[in-house]
Design a protein around this ligand. Structure first.
Ligand code: CP
Length: 323
């Protein structure tokens, strides 16, 4: 085999070992994750809920940004697969004493960590870490800056499939702060991969990236128009922490124009589902009665987070074992 082919195969193997972006996976790998999650969900209804697939492995949660859903569901998922889990509290870790990220990683690697779950405020941080770790380690991107949150997109595709079955007929409206949302970016890639009928992004001009249509979506600057006949509505949180300047007059004004209310929900299809990756801000992006209403699948998204993340870790771990 020529040297350039060897390099290509090694780069491919390296990419498959990690889960950094929805763009890195094929439709076959995507479906494998959903099928595996489905089988874990069935397993969850049986008396013995734990599986030995990650027995003897160590999973480290490395979160440089706050999280409730993602960190906890990764921890539960790893435990259900019999892994040992360590949660690194960045606020009390040696990085606060000036230790470099590289040295923190080397330290954790020497404790035989097999999977790093990484959340970081900088876009590209998970990829950077994946390039630093040894060959036996997998890195899963749990949200990097405004870039991607691939497992959230997988959770959401799993939830949509559970409720709607057929992706190809669906109009999906992603509403709110698309500009700063890693979830929106991963959702768009995933919705294109499954081939929905139409992907819409809806919000004020200041929160919708210029030229977003190049990603194959339709942009709407009026919520009423963007919701019309939608089958799935994904509401997004206003990412105040990522806004460099005043992009909105006020939260009250935002809610008046783009808040998902009961009244506005009537514009979508009768059986439309309402999703939100969380954390939700009631009275800012969504009316409380919509978040808790019969069309909301927000809590279902949270519970699906466990089985989908079990699937991702089990598949990555099996891939490494084959090599
Ligand atoms: N969806 C999501 O990333 O939520 P957390 O910030 O609670 O993990």
């Amino acid at each position: 085999m020529v040297e350039s082919d060897k390099k290509k195969i090694n780069a491919q193997k390296k990419q498959e070992r990690h889960f950094l972006s929805i763009n890195d996976i094929s439709k076959i790998q995507f479906n494998e994750i959903l099928e595996r999650a489905e089988s874990f969900q069935v397993q969850g209804t049986r008396e013995i809920k734990k599986l030995p697939l990650l027995r003897g492995k160590t999973v480290a949660n490395l979160f440089f940004e706050p999280s409730t859903r993602t960190r906890t569901t990764f921890e539960l998922a790893a435990k259900k697969l019999s892994a040992d889990v360590i949660n690194i509290d960045i606020q009390t870790s040696a990085t606060r004493k000036g230790e470099s990220l590289k040295d923190t990683l080397r330290t954790l690697e020497s404790m035989q960590t097999d999977i790093f779950i990484v959340r970081h405020p900088e876009s590209g941080a998970a990829k950077f870490i994946a390039e630093l770790v040894g060959d036996h380690v997998s890195v899963i991107n749990a949200g990097d800056g405004r870039h991607e949150h691939p497992t959230q997109a997988m959770v959401d595709m799993f939830t949509i499939r559970k409720n709607k079955r057929n992706f190809s007929d669906l109009i999906v409206s992603i509403v709110g702060d698309v500009n700063h949302s890693r979830v929106a970016r991963s959702e768009i890639h995933a919705l294109k991969l499954v081939g929905v009928k139409e992907i819409r992004v809806v919000g004020p001009k200041t929160l919708i990236p210029e030229q977003i249509e190049k990603l194959g979506v339709r942009a709407f600057f009026s919520l009423d128009e963007g919701l019309k006949d939608a089958d799935v509505i994904i509401a997004l949180r206003l990412q105040r922490e990522r806004m460099q300047s005043a992009l909105l007059p006020s939260e009250k004004e935002y809610y008046r124009c783009f808040g998902l209310t009961q009244e506005r929900l009537k514009l979508a299809k009768k059986d439309a589902i309402v999703m939100h990756p969380g954390p939700i801000n009631r009275g800012i992006e969504i009316e409380s009665s919509v978040a808790d209403g019969t069309q909301s699948v927000i809590l279902e998204q949270v519970s699906n987070g466990i089985t989908v993340r079990m699937a991702v870790m089990a598949i990555l771990s099996a891939l490494k074992y084959q090599k």
